[in-house]
Design a protein around this ligand. Structure first.
Ligand SMILES: [Fe+2]
Length: 229
C-alpha cells in the first residue's frame, strides 16, 4: 500500500496541525487527525477536497488538538477515536482548558484506542501505537510510510513533558519504539511545526542524542546470523 495523501491545516492560537488524510488524491473518503480549532475552516477544506470523513482520530486530549472534534463530528457524523485513558478529558473539555482559551465543546468518544489496534478507515490501514510521555494516553496513528504522531516528536524538538502526566524517560522510549518499528524514510506529520522524517530526526534532533548512541539498526542486523546456519 502506498503512502497516503496528507493535507496540513495549522489552526488556533497554539498553531496546531490538523491533517486531512486520504489513501490517494482521487479518494473520496478521508480521516481527519487532531482537529484542534477552526471547525468551519476544516469543514470547508473537507468540502473543497470533495471527501467524506470516515473518522476523526485523536492523538491526545490537550485542548489544542481536540477543540474542533465535537462540531466536526456533529457536522459530518464521523466516528471519533480517542485514547482510552484520556477519554474523560474529551468528555469534559473545559475542565482542562487553561484560562483564555476556548470555549470548546465536549464529546463522548465513539471508540477508544490504547495501542495495538489496526484500523481500516477511508481505505487506509492504520496501526495504533501507544506513545505516552507528552501525555499519559497519547497514541500515534501509523499509515504506510507516514506517522500521525501528535506531540511526540517535532522537527528539531520533542513534545513537552512538564504538563500533568508528562515524563521524559517515557517519551524517549516512545520515540525509540517508533524509530525501531518504522523505516527511516517514514514521514512524520507532527502536531506542531513542520513535517520531517524519522531518519532526519534520529540524525539531527538534539533531544535524541541517547537514542542516537544506541547500536545502529543496520549493524545489529548484520550481526544476526542468517537463518539456517
Ligand atoms: Fe499536547
Amino acid at each position: 500500500m502506498s503512502a497516503p495523501d496528507v493535507r496540513a491545516f495549522t489552526v488556533g492560537p497554539v498553531q496546531e496541525n490538523s491533517y486531512i488524510v486520504r489513501a490517494d488524491p482521487a479518494s473520496t473518503r478521508a480521516v481527519i487527525v487532531d482537529p484542534g480549532d477552526e471547525a468551519e475552516r476544516l469543514l470547508a477544506a473537507v468540502e473543497a477536497l470533495g471527501v467524506e470523513l470516515d473518522a476523526i482520530l485523536v492523538t491526545h486530549c490537550h485542548f489544542d488538538h481536540i477543540g474542533a472534534v465535537a462540531p466536526i463530528a456533529a457536522a459530518t457524523g464521523a466516528a471519533v477515536y480517542c485514547p482510552l485513558i484520556e477519554r474523560p478529558v474529551l468528555a469534559d473539555v473545559m475542565s482542562w482548558v487553561p484560562p483564555g482559551f476556548g470555549p470548546f465543546e465536549s464529546y463522548e468518544a465513539d471508540h477508544t484506542v490504547a495501542g495495538g489496534e489496526r484500523l481500516s478507515l477511508a481505505g487506509i490501514d492504520f496501526e495504533v501505537r501507544f506513545t505516552p510521555g507528552h501525555s499519559p494516553g497519547h497514541v500515534t496513528y501509523a499509515a504506510p510510510g507516514a506517522l500521525l504522531s501528535g506531540d511526540v516528536l517535532f522537527q528539531g524538538s520533542v513534545g513537552r513533558v512538564d504538563l500533568p502526566g508528562g515524563d521524559w524517560d517515557t517519551l524517549e522510549s516512545s520515540i525509540g519504539e517508533l524509530i525501531d518499528a518504522y523505516p527511516e524514510e517514514t514521514v512524520v506529520y507532527p502536531g506542531h511545526m513542520g513535517v520531517t522524517t524519522l531518519g532526519r530526526e534520529l540524525a539531527t534532533n538534539p533531544f535524541l542524542s541517547e537514542l542516537r548512541a544506541r547500536v545502529p539498526r543496520a549493524a545489529a542486523t548484520a550481526d544476526t546470523p542468517a537463518r539456517g546456519r
